[in-house]
Ligand binder design. Structure first.
Ligand code: SAM
Length: 304
């Protein structure tokens, strides 16, 4: 990153970066009810100050008045719940820099675990003569599909999402990252996939919208007001309806030895396992994700 516009403090009464960060961290901590990502207040403020300055800074740098005003506005937006990636326009995911805009789900770092588990299994299949095929259902702006495409260059990956804004961003991200093996389609689950992929898919991933409809109003403003509702809930009372449809439709697309990987909140892992088992999957495992916040359920395709 380039170096920020800055001077050493003490000359014209402008505040130091350190003083601004202290005030901002205090403001953010008092808005905690709006935010799902609590704590690390100073780190969050620091990300916003880097953005306001257009580059990195030292704690004792004097921040020019115009940049301090820009920073104050950004802190206000964050305190109202706006996710930092929506403010800055991008998010880091598995070493990739992805474009983000309001109207599409902001990928969480905890989902890197799903992408890594998928890439590991696909890489093992990339050693043979044919290119492995990956389908990422409910792809959003494409983090899992793009991370797989980047980590396993021989794989062909297809992301699907019902939201036009998400598919547009995923396509832009693939273009900017020059990942020509990542393809995106708009529609409901398997419907928009090319028919030639039937029975040819090595691995399906899905991080579905799983908040039960009656729990939406209890979410912090950061999620409730800034994420599209279709990315949060499938409007079912148990949060598992989309997953059930995805699991039931998978056998038509997977190879007989194909994998099905699901990211789900830890509190729903048991229900999700039941849903996947009822669709006929076998060899099921539940992997504990980072900070124990989520699980990745791994299963093998039903026998044909
Ligand atoms: C929790 S977000 C996950 C996005 C992305 N996979 C990630 O991890 O950042 C769920 C996504 O499911 C999409 N979605 C909801 N219903 C869908 C459907 N019927 N078919 C395809 N995608 C759907 C939403 O638009 C949203 O992008």
């Amino acid at each position: 990153m380039k170096t920020a516009e800055r001077t050493k403090h003490g000359s014209n009464g402008s505040k130091t970066a350190d003083a601004l960060l202290r005030d901002a961290a205090h403001t953010l901590s008092r808005s905690a009810d709006n935010l799902s990502w609590k704590g690390a207040w100073r780190d969050q403020a620091s990300e916003l100050l880097t953005y306001a300055l257009g580059g990195e800074f030292e704690p004792d740098d004097a921040v020019p008045a115009a940049a301090a005003r820009r920073f104050a506005k950004l802190v206000e937006r964050r305190a109202d719940g706006e996710p930092i990636p929506q403010i800055t326009g991008y998010v880091e995911f598995d070493d990739l820099r992805l474009r983000v805009r309001k109207g599409a789900f902001v990928p969480r770092w905890t989902t890197e675990f799903l992408a890594q588990e998928a890439a590991r299994r696909l890489r093992a299949r990339a050693r043979g003569s044919r290119a492995p095929v990956h389908v990422d259902l409910a792809t959003g702006i494409g983090p899992v599909a793009l991370a797989v495409a980047s980590r396993v260059p021989r794989a062909q990956t297809h992301g699907v999402d019902v939201a036009a804004a998400a598919v547009k961003l995923a396509t832009e991200n693939a273009r900017e990252l020059r990942l020509r093996n990542a393809h995106f389609h708009r529609g409901d689950l398997y419907k928009p996939l090319p028919a030639k992929l039937r029975g040819k898919v090595d691995l399906i991933t899905i991080h579905p919208p799983y908040i039960a409809t009656q729990d939406i109003e209890d979410l912090p403003a950061e999620i409730r007001e800034f994420e599209p509702i279709v990315s949060l809930t499938d409007k079912s009372r148990d949060g598992l309806w989309l997953l059930q449809r995805a699991a039931e439709g998978a056998s038509e697309w997977l190879r007989p030895d194909g994998w099905f990987l699901v990211e789900i909140g830890s509190y729903l892992a048991r229900g999700a396992r039941g849903t996947v088992a009822r669709a006929g999957f076998r060899d099921m495992k539940s992997l504990v994700g980072p900070l124990r916040l989520n699980r990745v359920i791994v299963a093998r395709a039903p026998r044909g």
